[in-house]
Design a protein. Structure first.
Length: 260
């Protein structure tokens, strides 16, 4: 435990400094504006945040948002793998997919939500998922391709020269080479997916964190709106940190596999 904190003491210190500075800006903004309907106090916000933890509807909404976010991420990841594999092996496929990915990437998020909402009027849960997939899919596709392109060409020649079985090469050589790069970005991808999901839920009034934010804004409960926003940010940070640690473990595994 002592070694863990000593290795990360600078990150911990600077993170605490950043948190204190953000809190100071919040307090200054609250004092400067002088209107809790525009900028709520940090005290009222945290009271509302802890009040949320005692409500069953909050946990149901949180579970719904997380479930939809994970669903969107899994769909995006599977689609990205399915598209990236042939694109990596076949240059014509990569060239054909390039404009498709560019179109999806620059598609305006709000406009996409409005259009998809018209197609899925009977089920508001689907629209935020589709929009989140449209944001994550091309990004994860590019990340997988970049990780695959980063594989040393000497590894491919090594596999061919020694006639290593494909399954052995996949699990002992290629996956250990690309997994750390991919896993290091999963946390950030899920965090971004959560942000897009909540935004979609606000627009579509879907029951979830975004739906609770929509209701709080409609009822002019600004402190509750700020509390839900803080919870969403903290949740995204927890996910990002958790997968960063998982990437460290995977990196150690990849080094062990490479050494064999």
């Amino acid at each position: 435990m002592k070694k863990f904190f000593s290795n990360r003491k600078f990150n911990i210190i600077y993170s605490l400094i950043a948190i204190i500075l953000m809190w100071a800006v919040w307090v200054i903004a609250y004092k400067a504006v002088g209107n809790s309907l525009i900028v709520p106090s940090s005290g009222n916000t945290f009271k509302e945040m802890f009040a949320c933890f005692t409500e069953a509807d909050f946990w149901l909404a949180l579970g719904g948002s997380l479930w939809r976010t994970l669903t969107a991420f899994v769909i995006s990841f599977v689609l990205a793998v399915v598209c990236a594999a042939p694109a990596y092996c076949l240059p014509p496929v990569r060239a054909a997919l390039r404009p498709v990915m560019a179109f999806i990437r620059i598609l305006p998020t709000v406009a996409a939500i409005v259009i998809i909402l018209r197609w899925t009027e009977t089920n508001k849960n689907i629209a935020p998922i589709i929009v989140t997939v449209l944001v994550l899919f091309p990004m994860i596709y590019a990340q997988i391709l970049a990780a695959a392109d980063g594989i040393d060409t000497g590894l491919g020649n090594f596999v061919k020269v020694y006639k290593i079985k494909r399954t052995v090469a996949l699990f002992k050589i290629y996956l250990p080479a690309i997994c750390p790069n991919i896993l290091s970005q999963i946390g950030a991808n899920i965090s971004l997916g959560l942000k897009i999901m909540v935004s979609g839920e606000i627009i579509t009034s879907t029951f979830g964190l975004g739906g609770l934010m929509h209701n709080a804004n409609s009822d002019i409960m600004i402190a509750r709106l700020a509390a839900l926003t803080v919870i969403t940010v903290l949740l995204g940070l927890i996910v990002d940190i958790a997968f960063s640690q998982l990437a460290r473990v995977t990196y150690k595994w990849s080094r062990k596999e490479s050494a064999r």
